[in-house]
Design a protein around this ligand. Structure first.
Ligand code: URA
Length: 451
């Protein structure tokens, strides 16, 4: 097989078969195909698109391009959740212990903050000592002991994606649904999952802003993962405002620990509700509940009983984290500079540009613009109002936590521009407005192919 022939075939609108895609993926993984040829194939793919069969074959070839985790040694059904990313999106710290408390294994391989969205690993690393880079045998040992483990990708896991994603980033070929689907799913499916729940964000803070694009990606990922043998559902969830009260690193962990302790705070109710819904689907698809509703009830029982909190603490300890910091959540929080931002006029919090709010979190020091940059565990934003809250001028709207005082002004300006305070209350947006399962995803894809 010759790479040049495959590039030409795709360029001219042809369809590559599983063998041809495996050849390209293997060449990316072992770097035997030069980057200029991979880039040409990626651009041809971006322009011509991938059929459903090509997407499936590419996903499977990428999944199998390196080391894989085999959860069968755990003796439990393995489930996970993946979110397309948002601001204040901290449900992993709740759903992983909730599903584990219901008898499932949750081998969660997560990512870091980049751009306007936060990263699960950066948040966990705010806990002193927490190790995210575990070898696969250590990962397995933590899963055996605790039922859940949240770690970073090992260099040997899905090496093809590391090469292809970096090239896509540099060649303007990221935004293609088939390529995105293969990139996300190959990393998740390399953990050997029996079931997967996708949290696909919609609204002003979502990775894909156009609703039809988000629906298409969700349906494509469900159909592709199901075809690869993993039971999958995608929940289309609201990101028209930050999720919960906190957006940052340590402060998001602290919000989750409060919730795992059974505390109820205004502003955190959406994270609690969404986590119970996602966990309910994980428990249902993992075979521990007949319906997702029963799954949510089991998850809520694990929350109220304290077993999920116990699993979270055990997981942190097993990954060398210092759990004494949870004794005093506020005392451990030591930002370099703090400022309370007051409502600049009276009225209802109407619209939020959540992407801009994510950038404000990043500029306070909590995130990074370029891969590899350090993040400040203590920086972030605490929101005192959600969409629909009626505020009086001068009432606290948000507390900003920055690395240093000079870093407060720009995020404050970003927030002011991102949030509209209006006389009329905004329409409410449901937390979840659609769920794709195998049948509805396939029907949706068929209807999009016809139109
Ligand atoms: N996240 C990924 O891991 N891959 C993509 O292609 C897009 C988002």
């Amino acid at each position: 097989m010759h790479t040049i022939d495959l590039i030409r075939k795709k360029r001219d609108g042809g369809t590559l078969d599983a063998r041809e895609l495996s050849f390209l993926v293997a060449g990316a993984a072992d770097e035997s195909i030069p980057p200029e040829q991979l880039a040409a194939w990626l651009m041809a793919t971006w322009l011509r698109g991938l059929s459903l069969e090509e997407t499936r074959a590419l996903t499977i070839a990428m999944r199998d391009s390196g080391e894989k985790f085999d959860p069968r040694t755990l003796g439990k059904i393995a489930v996970d959740k993946h979110s397309t990313g948002g601001v204040g999106d901290k449900t992993s710290f709740l759903v992983a212990p909730l599903a584990a408390a219901c008898g499932l294994a949750v081998p969660m391989i997560s990512g870091r903050a980049l751009g306007h969205t936060g990263g699960t690993l950066d948040k966990l690393e705010a806990i002193p000592g927490y190790r995210t880079a575990l070898a696969l045998d250590e990962f397995e040992a933590v899963l055996k002991r605790c039922g859940a483990s949240i770690v970073s990708q090992t260099p040997a896991l899905v090496p093809a994606d590391r090469v292809l994603y970096a090239l896509r980033d540099r060649t303007g070929t990221v935004e293609n649904p088939g390529l995105i689907c293969a990139s996300i799913l190959s990393k998740k499916l390399a953990a050997g999952l029996n079931a997967l729940v996708l949290d696909v964000k919609t609204g002003s803070g979502a990775f894909l802003r156009k609703r039809e694009d988000a629906d298409y990606l969700a349906a494509l990922m469900v159909a592709t993962a199901e075809a690869a043998g993993t039971r999958t559902a995608a929940l289309m969830t609201d990101m028209s405002q930050p999720l919960g009260r906190m957006a940052g690193n340590w402060i998001e962990i602290a919000e989750c620990v409060e919730l795992l302790r059974g505390e109820r705070r205004a502003g955190s109710e959406d994270v609690r509700e969404l986590s119970l819904l996602l966990a309910g689907w994980m428990i249902h698809l993992g075979g521990k509940a007949d319906t997702p509703q029963t799954g949510s009830r089991l998850a809520e029982a694990a929350l109220l009983h304290g077993s999920a909190l116990d699993i979270f603490f055990r997981m942190v300890e097993a990954q060398s984290g210092d759990i004494s910091v949870f004794d005093d959540l506020k005392g451990f929080h030591k930002p370099g500079a703090t400022e309370v931002m007051e409502a600049w006029k009276s009225g209802y919090v109407a619209e939020m540009d959540t992407t801009a709010l994510g950038w404000a979190v990043q500029r306070l020091g909590a995130g990074r613009e370029k891969a590899g940059e350090p993040v400040d565990p203590h920086a972030g934003i605490e929101f005192h109002a959600k969409r629909g809250t009626r505020l009086k001028k001068g009432q606290p709207f948000a507390t900003l936590y920055a690395t240093k005082r000079e870093m407060l002004a720009e995020p404050a300006e970003l927030i002011r521009k991102a949030v509209t305070i209006a006389e009329a209350a905004p329409d409410t947006v449901p937390l979840i407005d659609w769920i794709f399962t195998k049948d509805s995803a396939e029907a949706y894809l068929a209807s999009r192919t016809r139109s």
